[in-house]
Ligand binder design. Structure first.
Ligand code: BT5
Length: 241
């Protein structure tokens, strides 16, 4: 897979900007990456915000096209999260995957992903990876957060981190193309710490608790309820307790 990266000093959101670009130019090549030094309106899932002090972290979006079919798309971010997990392991950081699309280090969020479909076969995948954010800056975020710098004590060139990440992604995108989530399952389960752990899923105001029974064909979470039934969870957040 060939990536072409373009850098911007400031955008509202790399996802918003790239989605708009794809709308104007549907022939934009798959593998186009837009990265920004600063976002004025960085977005998370479900109208949440992505906060990042100017110039500190990796903020980028990847335009990706696939004929794999609509059903398979929800698990694409899981392939990217595995790529980030591998990148962090390369920096000797012990990270974990958190369903559906976060990467954590000792319970602190270091990366988040936001996938937005565009057209029949396209998706823009936003990647927020904390690189040089300080502990003080991280403490301003409303949930525990960390960065490569906090974990390693070393400041890194954000452009280089992006290049290194783009080297990690192709094998996982290829696995996903070839077999969807089934080709990622083993690696995902290993990355999220194995099955049978207690989990609570929050969806809006609702919470449901059980144990992790596994993941379905498209990356949906399978939650074993206390009565033994297995519930399929397509969206929501895994929360503490
Ligand atoms: C995500 O949403 O984790 C998806 C984040 C995607 C961000 C990238 S940056 C480039 C591209 N352009 C965009 O506009 N977005 C993408 P979610 O799972 O909803 O998590 C959002 C929550 O993470 C927030 O409500 C905060 O609690 C927390 N958060 C915000 N900024 C953070 C940061 N820098 N590090 C760790 N956690 C953060």
């Amino acid at each position: 897979m060939k990536f072409t990266t373009q850098w911007f000093d400031e955008v509202d959101s790399t996802n918003t900007a790239l989605l708009e670009r794809v709308r104007i130019d549907p022939e934009l090549p798959s593998g186009t990456v837009w990265a920004a030094r600063m976002q004025t309106a960085g977005r998370g899932r479900l109208e949440r915000k992505w906060n990042s002090p100017p110039g500190r972290n990796l903020l980028c979006s990847l335009y990706y096209r696939s004929r794999a079919g609509s059903d398979r798309f929800p698990s694409l971010t899981m392939a990217v999260a595995i790529g980030i997990d591998e990148l962090l392991h390369g920096f000797r950081i012990g990270s974990n995957l958190k369903w559906p699309n976060d990467v954590l280090v000792k319970g602190r969020k270091i990366a988040g992903l936001l996938a937005e479909r565009t057209g029949e076969d396209g998706v823009v995948i936003g990647i927020g990876l904390n690189v040089n954010m300080t502990a003080e800056e991280a403490s301003l975020i409303d949930q525990p957060a960390t960065s490569l710098r906090i974990e390693t004590g070393t400041e890194l060139m954000i452009d280089e981190v992006l290049k290194a990440l783009l080297k990690r992604l192709p094998p996982w995108l290829l696995h996903w193309e070839e077999g969807g989530f089934s080709s990622l399952r083993e690696r995902w389960i290993q990355g999220c710490g194995g099955l049978n752990a207690s989990v609570t899923i929050r969806h809006g105001e609702r919470r449901v608790s059980g144990t992790l029974a596994g993941f379905g064909e498209n990356g949906e979470l399978l939650l074993r309820l206390p009565d033994g039934h297995v519930q399929t969870v397509w969206t929501g957040d895994v929360v503490e307790g």
